[in-house]
Ligand binder design. Structure first.
Ligand SMILES: Cc1cc2nc3c(=O)[nH]c(=O)nc-3n(C[C@H](O)[C@H](O)[C@H](O)COP(=O)(O)OP(=O)(O)OC[C@H]3O[C@@H](n4cnc5c(N)ncnc54)[C@H](O)[C@@H]3O)c2cc1C
Length: 478
């Protein structure tokens, strides 16, 4: 659905012709985010360069009743940045400024288009970093992290994005510019910053973000424990936490993922291992070796076949490279994969993991698991070939059953990737009608007409017209 010519001309006059894209290649490129099972072409992609431009663009679009939504790097895995029919994408890539680095207060102001990894590299020489470190950190933006309240391997000990954001400048869906929070730990009144973080681009568009910086640890020890089964590795995770030790990260990779990673990085993982657990302990140098030895003892008691410590920083970084690029390595095994994201109480990991393997077997699918085990945050990767319609249906149905298995043990629909378009139809399984209405009323305070990023998070009964922009139709998503 093309933009009306008058409106297009107004937007082009505002941002400059080169910052508006509506040629077929651009529209095709921006039709999905990291979840390629859901796609729809936007009416246009607009790249505002300043808050004033963004606010003016929003006023033009809202005035014409054209829906719009912000987009960061488009690495989201729940379809949050997939446009509703006729919507305009507001691409935040030009908001790249990093300023006001304050090493004493440990704060920094960033534009939402700043790439996550770039921020930590920017402040590293000061002995600081931005803690949330999604595995996609070399591509995803701080704006997207705010949108999804992203986590990462090291958020086990230090908390997710919301714990590292102090304040926001936001453009509301009517174009008004407001400030939430501030530059200090606490501001009077309700925590509107906390409310905004994780609102998946449905409350407003963040244009400046005050991030909390944290000191780099004095020392970090990275351990690899090798297990015969992923279930045993999960018991190791519970064993560590039950002893009152909270490592910085506890990440699990199963046999399928180890195979892919080994092909890609040749780390020397035992080829027949059922799973490896990566445990990172960090903090003051004093006492850290003893804590690492304690973790090794616990893991051996939980049937770890072998434990190894990274002997150098290079080895440590290689382990993390393997973990963070494991998703990419899976590309060696299948043309595509569907990443699920559910969260469950840690103690139920072995049983739910066994169910995931059983579900995949029943649908004749290969599943690999690589996940933030310490958080109970599962990421089954269901391998498939998008050219085979029956496999597309199978991964969708299997993904649905996996989420039901998470809910059945008291878990939730997403640990970190958000609800977006993908899981909105399942929200009714987790919340009753009153809960959903209450949440919608909160959204209405920010976004009363739903013109900003419509069709996300909440099920829209009676709005089956939304369904055509979901390519892979099934009883689940339509
Ligand atoms: C290989 C891979 C690994 C991943 N690993 C992790 C992981 O470890 N942990 C994790 O949490 N996620 C992970 N993700 C998911 C994804 O990277 C994160 O959700 C990330 O934060 C999205 O950032 P983005 O810039 O790509 O945002 P996008 O995908 O562009 O947008 C995500 C959402 O945020 C909204 N948004 C974007 N910019 C703004 C803004 N300025 N203001 C308000 N809302 C905005 C969008 O509308 C959308 O709803 C992974 C994804 C991939 C592909």
């Amino acid at each position: 659905m093309a933009l009306p010519a008058v409106l297009r001309a107004q937007l082009a006059a505002l941002v400059g012709e080169r910052w508006i894209k509506d040629d077929p290649v651009s529209l095709f490129t921006y039709r999905s985010d990291g979840l390629t099972l859901h796609e729809a072409e936007p009416a246009a992609i607009v790249f505002p360069g300043t808050t004033a431009e963004l606010s003016a663009a929003v006023k033009i679009l809202a005035g014409a009743g054209i829906p719009f939504l912000p987009r960061g790097a488009g690495t989201g895995l729940s379809g949050g940045a997939v446009p509703a029919p006729g919507a305009v994408l507001l691409e935040m890539a030009r908001f790249r400024e990093i300023s006001d680095v304050d090493a004493v207060s440990r704060t920094v102001m960033v534009g939402p288009g700043v790439v996550n990894d770039q921020l930590s590299r920017h402040v590293r020489s000061l002995g600081l970093h931005f803690v949330p470190d999604p595995s996609s950190q070399k591509a995803c933006t701080i704006g997207g992290n705010v949108g999804e309240n992203s986590g990462g391997p090291h958020t086990l000990k230090y908390g997710v994005t919301v714990n590292h954001i102090l304040g926001l400048e936001v453009v509301l869906p009517d174009g008004e510019v407001v400030e939430l929070g501030g530059r200090t730990w606490d501001t009077p009144g309700p925590d509107l910053t906390g409310l905004f973080v994780g609102s998946e681009g449905t409350f407003g568009i963040a244009t400046r973000i005050c991030c909390r910086l944290s000191p780099l640890p004095e020392k970090a020890i990275t351990l690899l424990a090798v297990f015969d089964s992923a279930e045993d590795a999960c018991r190791g995770v519970s064993g560590i936490i039950a002893r009152g030790i909270v490592p910085a990260a506890l990440e699990l990779m199963d046999r399928v993922v180890i195979g892919a990673v080994e092909q890609a990085y040749h780390l020397g993982f035992p080829p027949r291992a059922g799973a490896v657990l990566i445990a990172e302990i960090e903090g003051l140098t004093e006492g850290l070796d003893e804590e690492a030895a304690q973790v090794e003892d616990i893991l051996r008691a939980q049937r770890a076949r072998e434990t190894r410590r990274a002997r150098s920083d290079e080895e440590r970084l290689l382990i993390w490279k393997a973990r963070k690029q494991a998703f990419g390595a899976i590309g060696r095994l299948a043309p595509s994969y569907y990443t699920q994201d559910g969260v469950i109480p840690r103690s139920r990991l072995p049983e739910v993991l066994a169910k995931i393997y059983a579900i995949a077997r029943r649908y004749e699918l290969t599943v690999g698991n690589v996940f933030h085990a310490g958080d109970g945050n599962l990421h089954p990767l269901l391998l498939y070939d998008p050219r085979r319609a029956e496999q597309v249906q199978a991964v969708l149905a299997a993904g649905h059953e996996i989420l039901e298995a998470c809910l059945a043990v008291g878990g939730a629909l997403s640990g970190e990737h958000g609800i977006g378009l993908e899981k909105s139809s399942m929200m009714g399984s987790l919340f009753n009608g009153e809960d959903l209405e209450a949440m919608k009323r909160v959204r209405a305070v920010f976004n009363p007409t739903e013109i900003l990023n419509p069709g996300k998070i909440f099920p829209s009964p009676g709005k089956c017209a939304d369904a055509p922009f979901i390519r892979a139709k099934s009883g689940i998503v339509a």
